[in-house]
Design a protein around this ligand. Structure first.
Ligand SMILES: Nc1ncnc2c1ncn2[C@@H]1O[C@H](COP(=O)(O)OP(=O)(O)OP(=O)(O)O)[C@@H](O)[C@H]1O
Ligand SMILES: [Mg+2]
Length: 361
């Protein structure tokens, strides 16, 4: 599902721009602070509804602008050629459109625009909070299981209601809420479990291709003692839940444990190895998405050279090329990209103080 045309205005230091993109690899190079990451940030803003650099949109809005406008024309496997428009005003108001229809939720756009980011902060997937890894699993499940979003919303509602009952110490109502809570928790758990079962061999295959010397195991923790029934765990923890005023066990506490020799991978692996493992997780997810839906992920690789030596850079680029996905790769100098790898199909863009031009090669 490549992006054919991209227009951006009002994003950081970027001058209003119109780019005609390649459906294969798009190299973007330029000096520090020229605006490379900002281009990727604009793509993510429309695909995920948020930036991957800041939680506050006001930082993304150009200092002299009153709005961010991003338009993407994509060639989708199912929809055919279509256009996504995102408008965000300084006031906070926003509008998201697919062709001429207003989208009422970000999830609708995200469904059509699966994007994976590999950047210098990527190692946080290993060292960050369990929530990061939970979101990682859920990206995969969301994109292959059509009803996952609805299931998740149902579960969140059940959790909120159960927590309200706990806070108000209405013990007599708990059995009623427990039933619904357990039912919706089990649906989420089964979907995550089934997804990870299919995901693991794909991840192992990709990691081997990226670096056969890194040996990592993935273990899924559902959010409660895996040898016990959730209903029993809830009963056992009820008193403590009442004191705390929230539910300790459930899919909202699930975790993907990533280990090397039974130790957390983040504590053992070097920075470069961590980036390799995270890249393998993200490439495996894209590969699986492709196998299961017949659609393709867009890869944004920001600052390819950071932490990766030539051999690993090449292996990463080669895997992305084999996936035949659209890829955006940024680098400070052109040679760091083109010296190691000449993909058959690519365009090269140069960014200079917010101005983007296509290189004639
Ligand atoms: N809201 C804003 N309005 C205008 N300019 C901004 C705003 N926020 C950041 N900038 C500037 O825009 C540029 C954004 O740079 P960006 O992070 O995209 O650069 P980059 O090419 O990825 O650099 P690096 O190679 O260092 O990663 C920087 O020069 C920054 O100072
Ligand atoms: Mg950057």
């Amino acid at each position: 599902m490549p992006i054919r045309h991209l227009s951006i205005s009002g994003v950081r230091n970027l001058q209003p721009l119109e780019l005609s993109l390649h459906s294969g690899v798009n190299f973007i190079y330029g000096a520090n602070g020229s605006g490379k990451t900002s281009i990727l940030e604009a793509i993510v803003l429309i695909a995920a509804g948020k930036s991957f650099r800041t939680s506050q949109l006001k930082h993304v809005l150009n200092h002299d602008a009153d709005r961010i406008e991003i338009r993407m024309t994509v060639e989708d496997e199912e929809l055919g050629e279509c256009t996504f428009d995102s408008l965000r005003l300084k006031s906070g108001d926003q509008l998201l459109k697919l062709n001429d229809s207003v989208l009422t939720s970000q999830a609708e756009a995200s469904h059509w625009l699966p994007v994976q980011i590999i950047d210098p902060t990527t190692f946080k997937l290993l060292s960050g909070s369990p929530e990061e890894r939970r979101q990682f699993i859920d990206w995969g499940v969301f994109h292959v299981e059509q009803n996952f979003m609805d299931q998740w919303r149902t579960f969140r509602k059940q959790l909120k209601q159960r927590n309200a009952v706990l806070k108000q110490k209405e013990e007599e109502w708990l059995p009623v809420w427990n039933k619904g809570f357990v039912e919706s928790a089990q649906v989420i758990d089964e979907q995550r479990r089934a997804y990870l079962k299919r995901f693991k061999p794909e991840f192992e295959r990709i990691l081997k291709a990226l670096d056969p010397d890194v040996d990592v195991t993935l273990a899924y923790y559902p959010g409660w003692d895996k040898d016990s029934e959730l209903s029993d765990v809830l009963a056992k923890q009820q008193e403590r839940d009442m004191v705390l005023g929230y539910t300790q066990a459930g899919p909202h506490r699930a975790e993907l444990r990533i280990k090397v020799d039974k130790q957390p991978a983040a504590e053992i692996l070097s920075r470069g190895q961590q980036k390799t493992v995270v890249a393998a997780l993200k490439i495996a997810q894209g590969a699986m998405f492709q196998q299961e839906t017949g659609r393709r992920t867009i890869y944004l690789v920001d600052d390819l050279a950071s932490e990766l030596d030539e051999k690993h850079r090449f292996a990463l680029c080669k895997l992305l090329e084999d996936l035949k996905c659209q890829v955006f790769i940024t680098s400070i100098d052109k040679e760091k990209l083109t010296d190691i790898w000449q993909p058959v199909a690519s365009k090269v863009f140069h960014v200079e103080q917010g101005q983007v031009s296509e290189d004639s090669r």
